[in-house]
Design a protein around this ligand. Structure first.
Ligand code: KIV
Length: 278
């Protein structure tokens, strides 16, 4: 696997037989796991708000938070390309703010940034791309629009909404996005978008016809208690395993079985004796 897939390499995977695989990671150990699994891209998502920091939505994380988590991921030096989320209100206040905040994420170790929204984001996408920073788009169920959508709801379910999503995807691709995440939309709409735009689509709850798929690390590995959307496929139950491992350790501590002699540092015989009689 090459070190660091680049934005042009991701773009060149459009329509290829090798779907892009992206998973979120938020710190060095999760980045090392994603690297070990040889995924193509790591997303330092603003989902960190919900799966790591305990918030009910993604609106509570700031650029400082994303910089902190992106730097932790980057310190693991993972081979997958690192994409960092621009959080809510980091690009809604104008092009200069958007470029400045995108640059902070790049300096923290990301190779690209992602932002949410359609045609109305074209000016900021162009500004960030003009600053030589690769930008990934994100359409459909965009969690930063939680309040205006009236909750985490599947989008693009009627003809007008579906057409608007197709137009949004074209606008983002033309503005310079090198790939677009499609989240929580019907499969036919995702298929239509995927077939009609020149950059890869990466789906989450958007069916099988995208150029790639993304899931949240904690969802795939069963590290979370939250009710999962139907698009999540869980491949492990690490929360159950972790609880049972900690229970076993606690039982060993309480019974005196931990630590063993082999898990203990010793002084050499003479010093131990001298200390005992001192
Ligand atoms: O923050 C995130 O995890 C995301 C994915 C759901 C695409 O944006």
């Amino acid at each position: 696997m090459p070190t660091h897939l680049t934005a042009p390499m991701v773009r060149a995977r459009k329509g290829s037989d090798h779907p892009l695989v992206m998973v979120t990671a938020y710190d060095a150990p999760t980045a090392r796991v994603a690297d070990g699994a040889e995924v193509d891209l790591i997303l330092v998502g603003d989902s960190v708000a919900m799966v790591v920091l305990g918030y009910d939505d993604t609106l509570h994380v700031t650029v400082d938070d994303l910089v902190h988590h992106t730097a932790a991921v980057a310190r693991a030096r993972p081979r997958p390309m690192i994409v960092a989320d621009l959080p809510w209100m980091s690009y809604h206040t104008g092009r200069a703010d958007a470029v400045r905040n995108a640059a902070r994420l790049i300096r923290a170790g990301a190779q690209a940034v992602k932002l949410e929204g359609g045609r109305k984001r074209v000016p900021v996408v162009e500004a960030i791309a003009d600053a030589e920073i690769p930008v990934m788009g994100h359409l459909g169920l965009t969690p930063q629009s939680f309040h205006t959508m009236g909750g985490f709801k599947v989008q693009g379910k009627d003809l007008d909404a579906a057409k608007a999503l197709v137009d949004d995807a074209h606008a983002l691709a033309e503005a310079g996005c090198f790939a677009i995440v499609l989240e929580g939309i019907p499969d036919v709409v995702a298929h239509l978008i995927t077939e009609s735009i020149p950059v890869p689509t990466i789906g989450i709850g958007a069916g099988p016809h995208c150029d790639g798929q993304v899931l949240v690390f904690h969802d795939v590995l069963g590290f979370d208690d939250r009710t999962q959307p139907k698009f999540v496929r869980q491949y492990a139950n690490l929360k159950v395993d972790a609880i049972s491992a900690l229970r076993a350790w606690a039982a060993d501590v309480r019974s005196g079985a931990f630590p063993s002699d082999a898990e203990t540092y010793h002084l050499t015989g003479d010093l131990a004796g001298a200390l005992a009689t001192a």
